[in-house]
Design a protein around this ligand. Structure first.
Ligand SMILES: Cc1cc2nc3c(=O)[nH]c(=O)nc-3n(C[C@H](O)[C@H](O)[C@H](O)COP(=O)(O)OP(=O)(O)OC[C@H]3O[C@@H](n4cnc5c(N)ncnc54)[C@H](O)[C@@H]3O)c2cc1C
Length: 114
């Protein structure tokens, strides 16, 4: 039976950083568990694809809140359910890394594409 030194549940940003750091030591055995699928769904790479991802129970959790307010309404809070967790499903458009410099003390920040 394989024994593990660490068990990490959830491959969101937090879990990925932990898994990466811990598994850098070849003497450490890490078990990494993710409930969702691989992040190979092509819609994950589409900035405007979030609506479909967030509505799909295979790529998003829909956690119900407790009933609240005068009408005892329940909201469903979405979180990502795939490799990358919630960072794989947000509507934030992809922006290529830019090299930025600011001119002290309060000058404008200038960015150029890398
Ligand atoms: C719609 C949306 C938009 C966002 N927009 C932005 C933004 O523009 N900018 C920004 O900085 N942040 C944004 N965030 C927040 C950011 O995505 C989160 O702060 C970040 O992903 C949290 O990382 P985490 O690892 O803690 O959790 P998560 O990314 O939520 O990862 C948790 C992982 O655990 C897995 N998991 C859960 N339960 C189990 C289980 N029982 N067994 C196995 N695996 C499990 C999930 O499937 C998921 O992969 C957004 C979040 C959402 C939902």
């Amino acid at each position: 039976m394989t024994r593990f030194d660490y068990v990490i549940v959830g491959a969101g940003p937090a879990g990925c950083v932990l898994a990466s750091r811990l598994s850098a030591d070849p003497g450490v055995n890490v078990l990494f568990i993710e409930a969702g699928d691989q992040d190979t769904n092509p819609i994950i790479a589409m900035p405007r694809g979030f609506g479909e991802l967030l509505g799909d129970p295979t790529t998003a959790w829909h956690y119900p809140t407790r009933a609240f307010g005068p009408s005892q309404q329940v909201e469903y809070w979405v979180r990502g359910k795939t490799l990358g967790g919630s960072s794989s499903v947000p509507p934030t458009p992809a922006v290529r890394a830019a090299r930025c410099t600011s001119r002290p003390p309060a000058g404008p920040t200038r960015c150029s594409k890398t």
